[in-house]
Design a protein around this ligand. Sequence first.
Ligand SMILES: Cc1ncc(COP(=O)(O)O)c(C=O)c1O
Length: 355
Amino acid sequence: MNMRNALQAMKPYTPGVLAPGKLKLSSNENPLGPSPKAMEAFQTSINNLHLYPDIAALQLRQALAAKHSMQPENFVVGNGSDEVLVILAATFLNPGDHVLVGKHTFSEYRFASTLMAAEVEAVAMNEGRFDCQTLQQAVREHTRAIFLCSPNNPTGTIIPAAELRSLLRKIPAEILIVLDAAYSEYIDDPSEAGYPFEKELLAKHANLIILHTFSKLYGLAGLRIGYSMASSTVSGMMERARQPFNVSLPAQAAAIAALSDEEFVQQSLRVNRAGKEQLYTFFRECGFAYIESQSNFICVHVHQDAQQLFLRIMEHGVTIRPLGSFGLPECIRVTIGTTAQNLQFMQAFRAACGL
Ligand SMILES: Cc1ncc(COP(=O)(O)O)c(C=O)c1O
């Protein structure tokens, strides 16, 4: 048996390491656990596990529509936003299409595009930031999609709203722009975030798809649920490539409940803000440069082989993410935890660095 040519070039995903008994600060999960309301809804849903879930996830899409002041037809749900990425690639990419991604960004844009035999070009970034001018200059005749990530995993930087607006105006309307906003709720600067902003962009640009996930702020990574927002026309096209019943019944129930758990959301944001300051202070004291983060993780330049440092930190009980697979071999990414988890990380980091 021969596998398809496109798959020959694909590398397996490098996940955050899950080491039993170690504190996991390697996958940007919510340190508070799942939303209590989501857990309750999950428990209730188990009585119906013999039934298929709603094929259209209508109640969930209605809840999302209410949250974003849009219509259910603007949303496509997936088994994690990872699956939504594959759905959109399957909907819009043909073999040989040219696709632009950032040089230091989430690997699934490359995965989904390569799976469809598209040709992926990684565009240089500027100190961890997307450079909209460079992106625009990289557009070619057969460019079909541009993948943006804001806040960017793993650097935590955002594309300022003004730059994004300008990029969207300049890119031809036939080119799809995917804005992965998996971490957007964590953006501290209110003028740079928010749903009215997304709605406004979507109304103006029919080639824009925005992605969100329940894996981070809502604490549901284990259930696998994410979604896209786009025009009803684009969403309708994506629906053709979506598997029926792709989001499980407990995942739909938990996500609806999580959306209503404002207390949990606010608590998660408070913990994140406090933890970010705690870790900033620590890295400054230790003399390590970090990139200011608009997210729930921090990218730190460690001036040594990050893979080796990662292994030593793990020996001291904590897993973080070495960023070699993101093209940053001397950087690590640490998920912001609770105060106690951050202290545990600091101890492990000091010991691993011999400080
Ligand atoms: C930028 C970004 N997008 C998407 C995802 C995947 O989200 P999901 O768990 O919904 O598949 C991640 C997960 O780490 C991510 O960092």
